[in-house]
Design a protein around this ligand. Sequence first.
Ligand code: PAF
Length: 278
Amino acid sequence: MQIIHGIAQLREWRKTAGRVAFVPTMGNLHEGHLALVREAKRHADAVVVSIFVNRLQFGQGEDFDKYPRTLQQDADKLEGEGVAVVFAPDEKELYPRVQQQYNVEPPHLQNELCGAYRPGHFRGVATVVTKLFNIVEADVACFGKKDYQQLTIIQGMVDDLNMNIQIIPVDTGRAADGLALSSRNQYLSEAERAEAPRLYRELSKMAKAIAGGNVNYAELENQATANLQEAGWQVDYVEVRHAGNLQVAHAGDKHVVIVAAARLGSTRLIDNIEVFID
Ligand code: PAF
């Protein structure tokens, strides 16, 4: 496995690499990321994983400087998965100008759900992902469904801007008790870790009700929010949305996704469940 830091070297490698699958990450890798890598391997001759902590997607008060940088441990894990290249540019390589002057502006969805709490976040994601797509020139790229809004925005961007890459959504990895795998789980105290699976349990109850024909989405959202609040959570949102475009769901939609974000102490967790309605 090669660790490549420069764009020019990566482009040189790309010329002879055949079919390439790409997994963009910010490092600090866990089992969820490795599941993306394993899926990527099924689609290509070679897998490229990028590790880059992207300043543009961090808002005020979100600690860009404290984000864990664990390149050596990450590289060891990726080597074990048979990854061909780790692309790990430094900030100057990816953002040589003091300020990035051209950005990719997602539509209004960037200001809803998580975007309402993280202004500018999805613009930063769309911009860096575009840059990485242009550099790696992969045939496919894998994104986790755990970040459902990110996945939806990236898929929309690829479609609307005719990007020559196929996006492969990968199911959320979960701990045995249902908690979605996330880098943020490491910040939970022991008591918070024991409480954390409640988020998935509440979404699962909603999913069961919706699959059983309940279309009173507002009532289901309010009930789950109240249950979480009663258990000490600060809820940003629990919402039922159309699974294809994340617009507000309506009775009659056949495929919806229940999306949620809530804080336990200072840790913000997100999760979602898709529901198919007969
Ligand atoms: O999901 C992430 O880790 C990041 O948002 C991504 C896609 C690597 C862009 O920085």
